[in-house]
Design a protein around this ligand. Structure first.
Ligand code: ADP
Ligand code: GLC
Length: 467
């Protein structure tokens, strides 16, 4: 079974968020199950492209409206990952030191056209094309309707929605940039008067998946305008929970950690990482350490963080460390709290992969007050590292974290509100102070298996179910 994943991100090549982690892990696990899974993504100007040597496996010229754009499909000279990976190189357009920008319509349209042109040239075509998010949302439409790609019309295409908030909208005046198609089918591209690549994918893909079962259900009620479409197409939609790459995310072998540990050495191991964090960020290691790691955006409930920290730190014996970047107001509010709570609070504004790993390891609790969370990987990483997640009951968080009050192992609340989160922090402190139960729970959560094994198989079963 040959599977081709098409994505804007893939760890460790280029990562903005969880999409990269998924596309960097799922093919590996699919290969472990006997499939031949590969990835094609844009070639960016980043540390990965600087560190490796590449060879060209295909060259061509693509037509984007009235532009003729040369492109190449590259591979690394030596195999670097546990799956084949191909890169679409388009000078100036894709080859930039960022993944996303304000010019994404042209960038990702050119990427998708290059991918389709390249597939046309392959002797061994993929048996399944697996597209991820709106950046690849026009591929199912092009395979179905663009005259150039009619020969690919029999390859089943699966679209996974990692995040339905972003849909890749653009105006009808740009339709001429899509390779020529039967104009009578233009309605497949349109949703509410605008070209909507994610909606087009939902209409044209053979199957549509979301990254957790609960998110699939939630989308039918709230999907940034796509609710009724998802309800109408529900027969081909299914939620499959993400897994984690338990080889990358393993506290016993994780090279980023200050001190590695396993279940039997958990106490000392976590403490080693916590002490390092507390030293680096001037925090009190004797208090329970709460962390937040993530994009500082509304979906993550990030704008509540300054008020949550302000309230929670007022009269509680806790330490808080925030890692993230995004909304500028939230960033500056988080920074301005530092002098108020010196010794108990700190924030690192930016993206730091290594620091994130040490935080999953060294923290006692991970905060995820998400407003929307299609799956969420952080809570699964934190479980694997023996850190108790505090989550809002939504999307994938609802599917992966059970409250201690219900015989579970985490702390859950219902609302995106400062008071709900602060109440959860109070429950967390009580739990932390019940040392025996707390330590037992840490060992318990480290054992929960969220690796990709089960879900990689679920995707393979889904492909096989398509006739
Ligand atoms: P999303 O994709 O919506 O951002 P996920 O929970 O699926 O959320 O995945 C987020 C991923 O990005 C995790 O691997 C998390 O550790 C990582 N991450 C997010 N923000 C940062 C940051 N500022 N520094 C390092 N890693 C980060
Ligand atoms: C998106 C979602 C996140 C999910 C990730 C990987 O970025 O916001 O919840 O875990 O994709 O599927």
């Amino acid at each position: 079974m040959r599977i081709l994943h098409v994505s804007a991100e893939c760890y460790p090549v280029a990562k903005v968020g969880g999409l990269a982690d998924v596309v960097g892990a799922l093919p590996k696990y699919q290969n472990g199950l006997g499939a031949k899974s590969a990835v094609i993504m844009p070639f960016y100007n980043n540390s990965f492209s600087k560190k490796h040597n590449f060879k060209s496996t295909h060259e061509g010229i693509l037509i984007l409206g009235n532009q003729r754009i040369p492109y190449q499909v590259l591979q690394t000279e030596q195999a670097v990952l546990e799956f084949d990976i191909y890169f679409v190189h388009i000078e100036h357009l894709l080859y930039q030191d960022y993944v996303y920008s304000s010019n994404d319509m042209d960038r990702f349209l050119a990427f998708q056209i290059a991918v389709m042109n390249w597939i046309l040239t392959l002797d061994k075509k993929p048996d399944y094309i697996h597209c991820h998010d709106h950046h690849t949302g026009l591929i199912p439409f092009m395979a179905q309707e663009s005259y150039n790609y009619q020969s690919l019309n029999n390859i089943p295409i699966i679209t996974t929605i990692h995040n339905a908030q972003y849909q890749g909208w653009f105006g009808h005046e740009n339709l001429y940039k899509i390779p020529e198609f039967n104009i009578k089918q233009v309605g497949l591209l349109d949703w509410k008067g605008i070209v909507n690549p994610l909606a087009a994918a939902i209409k044209c893909a053979w199957r549509v998946t979301t990254v957790s079962p609960s998110y699939m259900e939630e989308l039918k009620l709230r999907a940034n305008g796509l609710e009724s479409l998802l309800r109408a197409e529900s027969g081909k939609c299914v939620g499959i929970l993400n897994g984690i790459d338990s080889k990358v995310w393993n506290p016993e072998t994780d090279d980023y950690l200050i001190k590695n540990y396993k279940k039997s050495t958990l106490q000392a191991g976590k403490l080693g990482n916590k002490k390092w964090l507390c030293q680096q960020f001037d925090l009190d290691a004797s208090k329970p350490l709460f962390v937040f790691i993530g994009r500082l955006v509304g979906e993550k409930g990030a704008e509540l963080l300054p008020a949550i920290c302000y309230e929670a730190l007022k009269n509680r014996q806790i330490s808080v460390l925030v890692l993230g970047s995004g909304d500028k107001t939230t960033e500056s509010q988080l920074m301005s709290l530092i002098p108020h709570y010196k010794g108990n609070y700190n924030a690192f504004i930016g993206y730091d992969e290594r620091l994130s790993h040490i935080m999953y390891a060294g923290a006692d609790f991970l905060l995820m007050p998400s407003r929307v969370e299609p799956c969420g990987l952080n809570q699964m990483y934190s479980l694997r590292y023996g850190t108790v997640p505090i989550v809002r009951r939504i999307g994938g968080l609802k599917d992966t974290v059970i409250d201690i009050g219900d015989g579970g192992f985490g702390i859950c609340h219902n609302q995106v509100s400062v008071s709900d989160v602060v109440y959860s922090i109070d429950r967390a402190v009580d739990f932390y102070n019940n040392t025996t139960a707390f330590r037992k729970n840490r060992k318990r959560i480290m054992e929960i298996d969220h690796s990709w094994n089960v879900s990689a198989q679920a995707y393979i079963n889904l492909y096989k179910s398509i006739n």
